[in-house]
Design a binder for this molecule. Structure first.
Ligand SMILES: C[S@@+](CC[C@H](N)C(=O)[O-])C[C@H]1O[C@@H](n2cnc3c(N)ncnc32)[C@H](O)[C@@H]1O
Length: 264
């Protein structure tokens, strides 16, 4: 796998301090780490018009769950990139297990500095990753790597409207600083426009953390493991309760956006 310079802005939170996404991926072994889960991904993919003949960039692919999902569900080719070696190794393992190596490949790369020729991809998917980067820089870089009239589909946490300071602080403390520095729904639309994209659709949704969604995203085995960990491990249980409570407390402020854009 290719080595690229790791950018300091890539992951601002350390696992034991506050980054709930790392906790979910590394401590709980969860595979789907974006709001809305694979249900939202499927909506995104359909709105983007993903088809079999396309090659898609999964920017910030994590454990590669979206990359394999897209290849299986839509038949497209996918290249996933991430700056976490450990997650990329897991992504590679699952692609081999699922016999999808002819469709899906992973590379170590920073989405702010992508090692591909301009216009390589028919489209790009970005889910819960822009918040960890310099958003405009990453968006401009990804846009460059997509062909003219190609699409960019984004799912990110979003504020309904400007949140009060206490709410921002709570999200920063419980989820992570990067989550708290996400944009208001309207500001995401502005950022996408500024990156030279035409925003075709933008939908704000409430966060919905429930057991059924988790089963669909993680499968029965992984969901059972999380349930067992939360029963037997006190600190895991405490963290899960904190996150569930946070979503309840901030439900009038924090949600997520599904944004579909075309490169002009
Ligand atoms: C919350 S996870 C989302 C993973 C995946 N997109 C998903 O939906 O399950 C954020 C991912 O972004 C990756 N990431 C953060 N900064 C990055 C960067 N500059 N370039 C590439 N990946 C990055 C992290 O390593 C992590 O895997």
């Amino acid at each position: 796998m290719e080595q690229v310079q790791k950018n300091d802005s890539a992951c601002v939170c350390e696992p034991d301090e506050c980054d709930t996404f790392k906790f979910m991926a590394k401590r709980l072994g969860m595979r789907v780490l974006h709001p809305g889960g694979l249900e939202a991904t499927e909506i995104l993919a359909k709105r983007c018009g993903i088809s079999e003949d396309m090659t898609i960039l999964d920017a910030g692919c994590g454990r590669g769950s979206t990359s394999t999902f897209l290849a299986k569900r839509f038949g497209c080719k996918v290249i996933g990139v991430d700056v976490d070696h450990n997650l990329l190794m897991k992504a590679n393992c699952s692609v081999q297990k699922e016999n999808l190596t002819h469709k899906v490949a992973f590379r170590y790369a920073d989405i702010q500095n992508l090692p591909f020729q301009d216009g390589t991809f028919d489209g790009a998917i970005i889910q819960a990753t822009l918040i960890f980067t310099e958003k405009s820089k990453a968006l401009q870089m990804i846009t460059k790597k997509v062909r003219k009239n190609g699409f960019i589909g984004v799912i990110e946490l979003a504020w309904k409207s400007n949140p009060a300071k206490e709410i921002v602080q709570k999200v920063s403390d419980v989820l992570c600083k990067s989550s708290a520095s996400t944009e208001c729904h309207d500001d995401w639309i502005n950022l996408l426009n500024q990156a030279g994209l035409a925003v075709i659709s933008a939908e704000f949704r409430d966060l919905d953390f429930n057991f059924q969604n988790m089963l669909r995203n993680e499968g029965i085995l992984s969901t059972s493991k999380v349930a067992l960990k939360s029963i037997y491990d006190k600190s895991t249980r405490r963290k899960i309760i904190q996150v569930v409570n946070l979503f309840k407390e901030t439900k009038n402020y924090l949600g997520y956006g599904i944004y579909i854009c075309r490169k002009r």
